[in-house]
Design a protein around this ligand. Structure first.
Ligand SMILES: [Zn+2]
Length: 77
């Protein structure tokens, strides 16, 4: 079983698990979060996006364009 994403509630600090999700596009997922603390009951939407590629696909989809990650420059002495 895959590990689920889990945030911390910004209000009470309890776990803020993903209750459901839906794909907005092949690289963008909408997440629905609900605080596990019954007294708080905070809920929110979040987005999980593939933002940069670190290594190109061996079977690239010609319709998908993901920017290459920008490497940090080594500090100058
Ligand atoms: Zn909370």
């Amino acid at each position: 079983m895959a590990k689920q994403y889990c945030f911390k509630c910004p209000h009470c600090g309890s776990s803020l698990p993903v209750r459901s999700s839906e794909m907005e596009s092949p690289i963008l997922k909408r997440l629905y979060l609900q605080c596990s603390n019954f007294d708080c009951s905070f809920s929110a939407q979040a987005f999980l996006e593939i933002k940069y590629q670190l290594s190109p696909s061996g079977t690239p989809n010609p319709e998908i364009h993901i920017p290459v990650s920008i490497k940090k420059e080594a500090p100058r002495v």
